[in-house]
Design a protein around this ligand. Sequence first.
Ligand code: 5GP
Ligand code: MN
Length: 343
Amino acid sequence: MMNGKEIAELNAETLGKLKALLEAPKKITVVSHANPDGDAIGSGLGWTRFLEKLGHEVMFVVPNYFPSFLNWMEGIEKVRIFKRDAEAVTPFIAASELVCCLDLNDVKRLEGLSDIIFHSPTPRVLIDHHLSPPDDYALSFSNTTASSTAYLVYKVIEGMGLETEVDRAVAESLLVGITTDTGNFAFGNLTPDLFRVVGSLVDQGVDLPRMNMAVYNNFSENRMRLMGYALDRKMETVPGCDAACIWLDQAELKRYKFEPGDTEGFVNLPLAIGRIGMSALFVETLDCIKVSLRSQGEIDVNLFARKHFNGGGHKNASGGKFFGPMDEALATFRAAVTTEFSA
Ligand code: 5GP
Ligand code: MN
């Protein structure tokens, strides 16, 4: 029975050590994963603002571009993109006394940032909810039953007894992470404790309907038409099993004037078909095919991503990469689901 208590149990000693570390003002770098999603940006911005309120000098860096549907968020203009700003941000990272890694399960997902962060003596703190994060951290808050990293960030703040530092902007950032990683409260691990935290965050004066409009109804016309095309022309259900996939190549993305984030959420669409329990999205990028995987119930796409697509993530939401042509990626997928998930 899930009573929400298991998530409340962050290690008190580790919380005490973090609190002690944060007592004196410091230069701090906050990082999150490549192709940042709502939880990566929401947890990162919320944590950054919280640290700034404590008097620290903070830089929030992500490896590459975040989706434009997050442009409305408070403080988003301060997020540094390593791919674009490497020269400007490297000295700050080098001079940092602490690095906080958020929503990060795999150092590879820091891309160009991974060397300067992980080949440095600067202590690292992890706040994350993925399966199998590396243990290369001075302090680690890893909880795989948490539905988002943003929720864990609140739990860490609260665990240090510093929740009075959570203002409206921190609350809104964390709520963006919570809503996007739970599929707007549709996926698993929706504990009573999560709703208690959401209540506290909303209580800071967040306008939830406005936030929902900004997150979910804020796309471009091109993205909407690309979605229609993908569903009508590029979705395949695999015969003999409950799996489906969608794939898009560079020419198609160009035709619809693709911008980063435009395919966000497409992987969930086939799951709306009653009998489909597992779905994949293949998007061709300049250096590989980006693979996204989602499932329902007991189907484990974390294992599937590790085994077939150089990736990982969570049991019901994972991702990875395929290095080869689209045809081969699709053939790998069809063969694997036929073997592993035949109805
Ligand atoms: P998405 O499909 O939204 O990109 O990612 C879904 C989940 O899988 C996220 O939790 C993400 O952290 C994880 N994930 C996505 N891509 C990769 C990858 O290349 N490697 C690993 N290890 N995890 C990934
Ligand atoms: Mn997350």
